[in-house]
Design a protein around this ligand. Structure first.
Ligand code: AMP
Ligand code: GLY
Length: 423
């Protein structure tokens, strides 16, 4: 069959690599793709937000399955456009992708169905938000309602910072229209865990757990980024935590969406915080995580194309997901200055070393083909993943592989997976 993947990051590279393992697949396209994805796929220059262009392409080429990797097109309704043309597509419809697209929607859903999350209030009027913040408990968390590239969350230690935050989100509209509504949330403490899952509208199958490192600097300092590295599994995600989440979070979320007339088909990414009072939902995403996919998919044994099809057909109850009994660590190689400003266009060397090494992966994020070979083309450039029999050996292997690659202004965190020493 022919598969089209939509997106251009490290996540889509990991998806393309995994799809390429399927014996069912003989041709992969990726729109728009990147220099690494080209190894498995024919990259076509159609933008992820050009829904009509994507659907026309899929129709013209006889694509059997399209997989949407990114949040923006999902929230914008790309799946509805494909379905209206009778095309098979993996991902939630617009009315279900709102689970990620609106924090106010997801908080209201959790409240209505008793799914554990931080207490909150929603505001559309900055004056009312400011009045509420006069008597709030600090620290407090402010969240722009809509998509903001993971950056629309402000943790405010003081009343003064919160006043500034309201200005930033609602008045100056630093995150654009995402800030026309704002959620003010209770601050929680604990370890964060990401659990990705496949959903077919009624059945949910969770994947192995992972943990992201969102801040730019070692020791969780500096600005929030899209993610500087991940490890999987999380040693803090115990059997007890899993049992609690199954009973109170996973299936209840799927059932709640179905009850609202918004059946969810695709990936639900549960961002969890393991608080002293038990696991709580921090956020939902409606897609694979980036760079969570880069540690979860290399550990997955099941044919992903069969899982995608089962989600679309509503037969996920017939599938058992299997993962290797090992571990994986991904270290993101970024351009110095990310996430603020950085230079691009530097040649990357050392990528060939990965070709004949099993258990080592260089997933491309911001790369392009230059005249002299592959060059840097973004803030996050590569996700270097290695597996190992346990987390410690996976980490050792990943940091070894980080040294194989060089480019000007290469920057990475030195402490990805360090928390596992405390487990
Ligand atoms: P979100 O995009 O909602 O996952 O938020 C981004 C990051 O902000 C999370 O990964 C947490 O580190 C932090 N965060 C979000 N909500 C809270 C909260 N209620 N309490 C503490 N930290 C939070
Ligand atoms: N790594 C976090 C995300 O994909 O949203």
């Amino acid at each position: 069959m022919k598969v089209l993947i939509v997106g251009s990051g490290g996540r889509e590279h990991a998806i393309a690599w995994k799809v390429a393992q399927s014996p069912k697949v003989d041709k992969i396209y990726c729109a728009p793709g990147n220099a690494g994805i080209e190894e498995y796929a024919e990259c076509v220059n159609i933008k992820a937000m050009d829904f009509q262009g994507l659907a026309d392409f899929a129709q013209e080429k006889g694509v059997d399955l399209t997989v949407i990797g990114m949040d923006d097109p999902l929230v914008g309704g790309v799946v509805d456009v494909f379905e209206s043309k009778g095309l098979k597509v993996f991902g939630p419809r617009k009315n279900a992708a709102i689970l990620e697209g609106s924090k106010a929607f997801s908080k209201d859903l959790m409240k209505k169905y008793g799914i554990p999350t931080a207490a909150y209030e929603t505001f559309t009027d900055p004056g009312e938000a400011l009045a509420y913040l006069e008597t709030a408990k600090y620290p407090v968390v402010l969240k722009a309602d809509g998509l903001a590239l993971g950056k629309g969350v402000l943790i405010c230690a003081t009343h003064e910072e919160a006043r500034e935050g309201v200005r930033t989100i609602m008045e100056d509209r630093k995150f654009g229209d995402a800030g026309s509504k704002m959620v003010v949330e209770e601050f929680m403490t604990g370890r964060e865990v990401s659990v990705l899952s496949f959903v077919d509208g009624k059945t949910i199958r969770t994947m192995t757990s992972a943990q992201d490192h969102k801040r730019a600097g070692d020791g969780d300092t500096g600005l929030n980024t899209g993610g500087m590295g991940t490890f999987s599994p999380s040693p803090f995600y115990t059997k007890e935590v899993d049992a609690f989440c199954r009973a109170h979070i996973y299936q209840p979320t799927v059932d709640a969406m179905a009850a609202e007339g918004r059946p969810f088909k695709g990936v639900i990414f549960f961002g969890l915080m393991l608080t002293p009072e038990g696991p709580r939902v921090l956020e939902y995403n409606a897609r694979f995580g980036d760079p969570e996919a880069q540690v979860v998919l290399p550990r997955m044994k099941t044919d992903i194309v069969e899982v995608f099809e089962a989600c679309i057909d509503g037969t996920l109850d017939q599938i058992e997901l299997e993962f290797e009994d090992n571990a994986a660590v991904c270290v993101v190689l970024a351009s110095k200055g990310y996430p603020v400003s950085y230079e691009k266009g530097y040649p990357i060397s050392g990528l060939d070393v990965f070709k004949d090494k099993s258990g080592y992966y260089a997933f491309h994020a911001g790369t392009a083909k230059g005249e002299a070979g592959i060059v840097t083309n973004g803030g996050r450039v590569l996700g270097i993943t290695a597996t190992g029999e346990d987390l410690k050996s996976a980490r050792k292997n990943a940091y070894e592989a980080v040294q194989w690659v060089s480019f000007e202004n290469k920057y990475y965190r030195n402490d990805i997976g360090k928390a596992i020493d405390e487990a």
